[in-house]
Design a protein around this ligand. Structure first.
Ligand SMILES: [Zn+2]
Length: 168
């Protein structure tokens, strides 16, 4: 199962708090590999396991979208150690197709998690990379970026998304 199907807005898995990974076994290795393929194929710069209908705390991030292998970051059980500042920038989501909105996020984050060998990895990120980490960690906590919009904006976006689903 290489490239997996990305679930979209309205699917219940996107609203669930994902389960921590207790052991990095073959299932997790397969999941991580497939997530990277799925993210690159989409194409996207980040993906969280719930987006491929797996409620586990695994995220993949690659600002280069496959161009630079050094940019690929896979984190199991990621969590914030520090967040700092705030900035507003446009964001989209593979699970919320067609919607791009300004969202406030920290300017700088320090994230820790496990790599696929089970070794702890700490990543410092600013700007776009920090934003992607925030977006993907929100996913494993069952939150979509549109929940961060103002109530009015959110209502408009949800209306648009429902309309899209009806005509799909
Ligand atoms: Zn997303």
């Amino acid at each position: 199962m290489p490239v997996r199907k990305i679930v979209t807005y309205g699917h219940p898995v996107l609203e669930k708090v994902a389960n921590p990974v207790s052991e990095i076994d073959d299932e997790i290795l397969d999941l991580a590999r497939d997530m990277v393929l799925t993210m690159h194929a989409a194409p996207g710069i980040g993906l969280a396991a719930p987006q491929v209908n797996v409620s586990k705390r695994v995220i993949t991030v690659d600002l280069s979208v496959g161009e630079n292998p050094d940019d690929l970051i896979i984190l199991v059980n990621p969590q914030f150690i520090e967040t700092e500042g705030e900035e507003v920038n446009e964001e989209g989501c593979l699970s919320v197709p067609g919607i791009h909105e300004n969202v406030k996020r920290p300017t700088r984050v320090r994230v820790k998690g496990l790599d696929l060998k089970g070794k702890e990895r700490v990543v410092d990120a600013t700007g776009q990379l920090a934003r992607v980490f925030c977006h993907e960690i929100d996913h494993i906590n069952g939150r979509l970026f549109i929940e961060k919009l103002s109530p009015l904006k959110r209502a408009l976006v949800k209306k648009k998304l429902r309309k899209g689903q009806e005509t799909a």
